[in-house]
Design a protein around this ligand. Structure first.
Ligand SMILES: [Zn+2]
Length: 455
C-alpha cells in the first residue's frame, strides 16, 4: 500500500467528521477504517490533532505566462492546501479556440503539480467553436459583461448575451458571469478622469455596487429565458446576493465570492493604494456585512481566489492614476488560512467552510464524488490542516511569483500542513510549506466530458 494517514479524529468524510484512518493506493482512497491497518505502507503520516479535509478546489485562478507559470502557480496552490485549480480563459492565448485549449493543456501537463481544469470563453467572436471546446472537456464558459480586451469581447447587447447563453446551454455547460454593467463602468471611468478623481481611493466609486446588482439581475433574467445554468464569479455585494437568494430554489444560479470581498471593505484602497485594485472593487461596509450574511445563509456556493500574480511595477504605476494599475491580487496561498481564521473568529462554521471550498465546487463542476469528498473510491486529494497553528503572512515565504500580497503582515490562525494530490504528497511542513518539486508534471487535465461519462 502507498500511504496511510492515521490518528486523526477529525476526518471530514462524506458522512461528516469521523475518527478514521485513510488507506491510499494508486492515487485513490481504498479504505477508511477505525482499526489500525496491518498492511505495510510506503509512507505513514501521523495526523493526530490535525483535521483532514478533501483537497481544496479553487475554481478561479489566472496563470499569465511570464507572471505566473503553471509550475509556480500550482506550487502556490499546493502551498495553500489546494489540490485542484480551474484556470480562467483570458491568459495568452485566450481559451476561446480549440487550438488554444490544446496548447494550454500541453503546457500545463508538463508543469502542474496538481490536477487542473480549464474554463473556456463564450464571446461574440467564438460562437462556432464553443461546441468543440465542450467536446474537448470544457464545461464552463466565461462571459465578461464589461469590456476587458478586444481578444475577449463581451456581448454588446442583451440579444448577443442571450445568444451566448443559448449556445452554452446547448453544450450542457455552465455560463460563468463577470457581472458588472458595461455602460456604468465606461461612464464611471470617463467621469473619474474628467473630474481628476484618479487616486486609488477613488476607484470603488467608478464601479459602484449598482453596476453589479443590475448585471446580476439582468443575467438571471436572460439565463431564465435561455434556460441556461449560470455561476457568478467573485460576487462582491450582499445586495446582489439577496437577489440571487430570491430565485435560487427555482433556477440553477450559483455564486462565488473571494476572501478579499469578505475581509476588506472599500477603505482598503486608502490603506493599500494601487495594490488593492481588483474588479469588482471591495465594497462599502454595509455591503460586506450583507455579503457575510449571504455566505452564512448558503446563498453563496463557493469561495475561490481570483488569483493573479504581478510584479510590483504593474501595480505601482497606478499610484497616482489608479486606472493605470493592473487588476488582480494573488490569493492561492492565503485563502484557506484567512478563511480558517474567520472560523476562529466565529464568523463561519468549519463544516460550512469545507463545503464552500471542496464539496460545492466539486459538485458544480461535475467532479463529485471523485473529488471534493473523502470516501472509498475518491481521488486521494487531501489537505491536512493544523487548525491551531498561527503564522504571519509575508510574500517572502510564498511560492507565487507575485512580488506582493495584500495580506502582508497579517497573522492567520489555522493553516494547511500537508497537501496530497492523488496520493502524492506535493507540499509538507506547512505553513508555508516545502513544495516537492520532483512532482512537477504530476497534475492531470480534468476533462469534464470524459468524467461525466464515467460517473
Ligand atoms: Zn478573475
Amino acid at each position: 500500500m502507498d500511504l496511510l494517514i492515521k490518528n486523526s479524529n477529525l476526518v471530514y468524510t462524506s458522512e461528516g467528521f469521523k475518527s478514521v484512518n485513510i488507506v491510499v493506493e494508486d492515487g485513490k482512497i481504498r479504505k477508511l477504517t477505525a482499526q489500525k491497518p496491518n498492511e505495510a505502507f510506503d509512507r505513514i503520516i501521523d495526523a493526530s490533532k490535525k483535521i483532514v479535509v478533501p483537497g481544496i478546489i479553487d475554481l478561479h485562478v489566472h496563470f499569465y505566462e511570464g507572471r505566473e507559470t503553471w509550475f509556480s502557480g500550482t506550487s502556490a496552490a499546493a502551498g495553500g492546501g489546494i489540490t485542484t485549480v480551474f484556470e480562467q480563459p483570458f491568459s495568452d492565448p485566450p481559451t476561446i479556440y480549440p487550438e488554444a485549449l490544446d496548447l494550454k493543456i500541453r503546457r500545463a501537463k508538463k508543469e502542474a503539480l496538481i490536477d487542473f481544469g480549464l474554463h473556456g470563453g463564450a464571446t461574440p467572436i467564438n460562437l462556432e467553436y464553443i461546441k468543440q471546446l465542450a467536446l474537448k472537456g470544457v464545461k464552463t464558459f466565461k462571459i465578461f459583461l464589461p469590456e476587458i480586451s478586444p481578444d475577449f469581447p463581451g456581448p454588446s447587447d442583451d440579444n448577443e448575451f442571450l445568444d451566448l447563453l443559448h449556445i452554452v446551454k446547448k453544450t450542457n455547460g455552465l455560463a460563468l458571469i463577470h457581472a458588472e454593467n458595461r455602460t456604468a463602468v465606461e461612464v464611471g471611468l470617463e467621469k473619474a478622469i474628467t473630474a481628476k478623481k484618479i487616486a486609488p481611493k477613488d476607484f470603488p466609486k467608478s464601479r459602484p455596487p449598482m453596476a453589479e446588482i443590475e448585471a446580476v439581475s439582468r443575467s438571471i433574467l436572460l439565463a431564465a429565458l435561455a434556460d441556461c445554468p449560470i455561476y457568478f464569479v467573485h460576487l462582491s455585494t450582499g445586495t446582489a446576493g439577496q437577489i440571487i437568494s430570491t430565485i435560487k430554489k427555482t433556477q440553477p444560479v450559483y455564486a462565488e465570492t473571494c476572501p478579499q470581498y469578505l475581509i476588506y471593505d472599500e477603505s482598503v484602497f486608502e490603506e493599500k493604494g494601487p495594490y488593492a485594485r481588483v474588479i469588482p472593487p471591495m465594497r462599502p461596509k454595509a455591503e460586506v456585512a450583507k455579503l457575510w450574511d449571504c455566505l452564512r445563509l448558503g446563498i453563496i456556493d463557493t469561495i475561490a481566489t481570483d488569483h493573479c500574480a504581478y510584479p510590483k511595477f504593474e501595480k505601482e504605476r497606478g499610484r497616482y492614476n489608479i486606472f493605470l494599475a493592473n487588476n488582480g491580487i494573488p490569493g492561492l496561498e492565503t485563502s484557506l488560512p484567512l478563511m480558517l481564521t474567520q472560523v476562529h473568529h466565529n464568523r463561519l462554521e468549519l463544516e460550512h467552510l469545507i463545503k464552500l471550498m471542496t464539496e460545492n465546487p466539486a459538485k458544480i463542476m461535475g467532479l463529485y464524488p471523485r473529488k471534493g469528498c473523502i470516501q472509498v473510491g475518491s481521488d486521494a486529494d487531501l489537505t491536512i490542516i493544523d487548525f491551531n497553528k498561527k503564522s504571519r503572512i509575508t510574500i517572502d515565504n510564498l511560492h507565487t511569483k507575485s512580488e506582493f500580497t495584500l495580506y502582508e503582515g497579517l497573522t492567520v490562525h489555522g493553516v494547511p500542513e500537508i497537501t496530497i494530490s492523488r496520493g502524492t504528497v506535493v507540499m509538507e511542513n506547512g505553513y508555508p510549506g516545502e513544495i516537492l518539486t520532483k512532482n512537477r508534471g504530476h497534475g492531470n487535465f480534468l476533462n469534464i466530458s470524459e468524467i461525466l461519462k464515467d460517473l
